[in-house]
Design a protein around this ligand. Structure first.
Ligand code: MG
Length: 247
């Protein structure tokens, strides 16, 4: 992994990748679930057990693979090849110019832009390339499927957020901004002091005006993270890191 020690005082915004930098309407998530299910069945387990374990491990560990490695001795690289690696992403995903413009409009004199994903690096790189966003992302913090430790380190483990800070070269957790579609990951980020984290919850009907006023309980999570239903709303939630529009 690349380790950088910039400590230059700028903020760092960490974007989750899957179902955050692209819409969940592309149905990548359900295609992943199908493959993971088939992989667990291929270990000799029943459909019902596979269904339960996938769900249980995802909830318990933040990453189904983490439970499969711990309890079933699964080889992460073989898993990755059969699951994320077999997705026909080039046929499923397409870039969104509005998302690219959003990243372009972040003032890089104030803020650096990283990705923070539980996927392994090849999947992360592939998605960012298809979305035509790779050049906008300074670095990728990914789950290292070749990790020699007993456990894979991933969101929502605090150690993963600390690793992200180390890799991105930022000391102050209050300078870390984070957006993720998984509430557990957002809450964990706030737990390590990333107080400006945002929960991306696609498909909510509320307007941004309603969402940024804290009178509506649906506008913030229970521990105070803003909820957005469109990434463009980051322009309001994090107005200080975007280039100011001339009027
Ligand atoms: Mg996600």
């Amino acid at each position: 992994m690349t380790i950088e020690h910039t400590h230059d005082g700028r903020h760092v915004v960490f974007f989750d990748i899957d179902d955050t930098l692209y819409s969940s309407s592309f149905m990548i998530g359900s295609a992943m679930v199908e493959r993971v299910h088939a992989y667990i069945v291929s270990l000799g387990l029943s459909d019902e057990t596979a269904f339960n374990l996938r769900s249980q491990y995802y909830s318990q560990y933040g990453l189904t693979l983490r439970g499969l490695r711990r309890h079933h001795g699964v080889d992460p690289l073989a898993y990755d090849k059969e699951c994320d690696g077999s997705l026909p992403l080039e046929d499923m995903l397409s870039p969104d110019p509005c998302t690219r413009k959003l990243l372009e409009d972040i003032d890089r004199s104030k803020c650096r832009v990283w990705a923070l994903t539980n996927a392994y690096r090849p999947h992360a790189e592939r998605v960012l390339k298809i979305l035509k966003l790779r050049d906008q992302i300074e670095g990728i913090v990914y789950c290292d499927y070749e990790e020699k430790n007993e456990d894979l380190i991933c969101k929502p483990e605090p150690a993963f957020y600390h690793r992200a800070m180390h890799q991105a070269g930022v000391n102050d957790p209050t300078k870390c901004l984070f957006v993720d579609d998984n509430l557990n990951n957002v809450e964990a980020a706030r737990g390590v002091g990333w107080i400006r984290s945002v929960h991306f919850r696609e498909g909510l009907p509320e307007t941004i005006e309603a969402r940024v006023t804290h009178t509506d309980k649906e506008t913030i999570t229970k521990d105070g993270a803003p909820i957005i239903n469109n990434l463009q709303q980051l322009r309001e939630v994090w107005a200080d890191i975007f280039h100011q529009m001339e009027h």
